[in-house]
Design a protein around this ligand. Sequence first.
Ligand code: NOJ
Ligand code: CA
Length: 678
Amino acid sequence: MDIFRSATIILFLLFGSETLLAQAMVASPDGRIVFAVQVNERDELRYSVTFDQEQVIRDSALGLRFRDQAGFDSGFAILEVSMGSRDEQWEQPWGERRLVRDHHKQMLLTLGDADGRRFALRIRVFNDGIGFRYEVPAQDGFETVNIVDELTEFHLPAESTAWWIAGNDYNRYELLYRTTGLADIETAHTPLTLRTPAGTHLSIHEAALVDYSAFTLVQRRDNIFKTRLRPWSDGIRVKTSAPFKTPWRTIQLSQQATGLLNSNLILNLNEPNALGDVDWVEPGKYIGIWWAMHLKTHTWGSGPNHGATTAETKRYIDFAAEHGFDGVLVEGWNIGWDGEWFYNGDLFSFTKPYPDFEIDAVAAYGREKGVRLVGHHETSGNPVNYAAQMQDAFDLYQSLGVRQVKTGYVADAGHIKRVDENGVAHYEWHDGQYMASEYLRSVKEAARRKISINTHEPIKDTGLRRTYPNWISREGARGQEFNAWGVPPNPPEHTAILPYTRMLSGPMDFTPGIFNLTFEGADSEQRVSTTLAKQLALYVTLYSPIQMVADLPENYAKHPGAFQFIVDVPTDWEQSIAVAGEVGDYVAFARLERGGKDWYLGATTDEQARKLEIPLGFLEPDVRYIAQIYRDGPGAHWRSNPYAITIEEQILRQGDTLALPLAAGGGAAIRFTPAAGQ
Ligand code: NOJ
Ligand code: CA
C-alpha cells in the first residue's frame, strides 16, 4: 500500500491533477473511445473502456503469472505515465488499400512493486479501436520466464449478441459460426465479434503474435471473458526471457457493422515491413489441380486417377494462359500421399515428384506460356519432417520459377507432432508458441528465395503480412472445400458472417468461383449453397491478394458470360470501402483497382432475399461509368434456381443510388469502367 501511495503522489506531481490519482486514462484522437486503468483497493491492475459514453468493457483484470517468479498480478503501483501520439500514413506493397493512416494516442504505464520488479503496459487508442500489451524489461530473476497464465479479461455488456466459433474444437478454426447471446459461449476463438444492446459493434482479437502463444477466450463468470493462452504439451503457456513483450490485445469498435470492415487497427499495430523490397510478392489469380480431389474424381496419391500428372497440369496451364490467370497450383505432385495421407506426416518428401509428374518439363511449359506453377507442401501436421527438408524444398521451387507455395498442416487441434532432441514425440497445438514460430520459419525461409506463402490449417492471422508481406494469404476458417464434403456444407449465411469475424484478422484463401453448384445433382444436400452470381461477388467481398479460380475448366466453359467477371476482377486494390452490411445478414464492398480506374462492387446476402440501395458516392465525380452488372436473375434462389443470372450494362455516376436485388443465398458483382474518352 505504501508503494501505491508514493506512486500516486508521483503521479500527482507529474500531472498535478487529482483525477489521475486513482486512474490513468487515454482517449482516441476523436475523443470517442476512452481507455482507463486503475489500481484497485487490492492493488490489482484493472481497466475499462467506454465508447461514446457506453461502457463496452467494464472493470476487467490485467496481469501475467509465472511458474518461477511471483506474478505481475497484485502489489503493483503506477510509477510513471508517459503520453504520446502519432499521425502518419504508410503504404502497403499490396493490399485492400494502398495507403493506411496510423492515427493514435498512446499511454505507456510503468508499473513497479515493493521488490523493485517492473513491467509496463502500453496502450494505443485509435478512432477505430484499442490495442494494449504487456512489456517486461530485462531485470534480475527474469532470465528465464515460463508464463503459466495471462489474467487479461474482457467484461462485456450483458445481453450482447455474439458471432463466434468454439475455442477448443478438434477442427481448429474450421467451424460454422454461431449467433447467440453471451451465455452460450464457453470458449471462443478470436476475432470474437459482438453487438451490444446499445447497437455498438466490437471485435476482440490480437495483433502481432510472434514467439508467443495465441489466446482463446473463456467465460469465467457471466459476461467476463478471460484470455487463455494455448499451452505447450508440458502445460507451460509461453517460454521466454526478459525483455519480452506480448502481442497486442485488441478491441475494434464501431457504431456501424461496416465500421469494423473499414478498420485498419490490426495492421497498424504490427511492425513495418522487415523484408525490404518485395516487388517479387505477386498478387493474382490461380487455378489448380485441386477441386477434382475434393470431389473425389481424382486422387492426391498415385494410381489410375492421380490428379497431378504432366498431361493434366499442361491442360491447366493452357487454360490459365488462355484467360490470363497467373498460376496453377498442383497438389499431390510429391511422394507421400498414398494411403491415408492425413497420417502421412513422417512420409512426405518435399523434393521427389511422382513419376507421372515431370516437374521440370511442366514448369518449363508454364514459363513458356507465362504461367507459374504454384507449389504445395502438405505436412499433415509434422513440422519436424518439413523443417528437415525445407531448405531443399524451397530451393527446388525457386529453381523452377515458383513464386508462391501453399502449405498445409492437416491434423486435429492439439495433434501437431513435435519430436524433441531425444527423439520423443510430443503433441502441440496449431496456435501454441511452438507452431507460431514454425509457421514463421516457413515464411522467412521462403522470403529468402522470393517465395510467398499461403498457409492452410494456419495459426490465426494477427496482421503479420505487414511485417512479412510474403505471408500472402491463409485459410483458418471453413472455406469452399467444405461444400464438397462438409457436413453440413457452408450455409448461405456463412459468407455473410466471415467478413465481420475471421476476415477482420486478414486475407483468407477461401477459394471462390465454383460454377457447378450442384455437382451431386440438384436434390443433394452436398452442394454449394449460393447462386451463381454470389460466387462472383465473393471475389470482392472476401478479400485476398491471391484468389483461386476454384472450379474445373470444363465447368467454366458452360457459363462464359459469368466467367468474364472472374477474368476481369483484380486482386490488388488502391482502396476498399465497406458500403453496406449487417453482421450475418449481408455485406457490400466497393474496391478501386490498384493502378487502374475501375471500381468493383460485390454484395452478398444470407438466406434472405433483399434489395440493397447503394449510393455510389465512392465513384469519381463527373465521370460516367459503364457498369457491367452480374446479378441474380428472375426467380433465382440458392436452392431451387441457383443458375439464374442477369448480366446487363447501365450508365451510372457518382450521385446515383443503385438498387440491387439479391436472391435468397444470392449476390451481385459489378465492374464500373469510365466510359470512353474520360
Ligand atoms: C486442406 C486444405 O485446406 C486443402 O485446400 C488441401 O487441398 C488439402 N488440405 C490437402 O493438402
Ligand atoms: Ca442471418
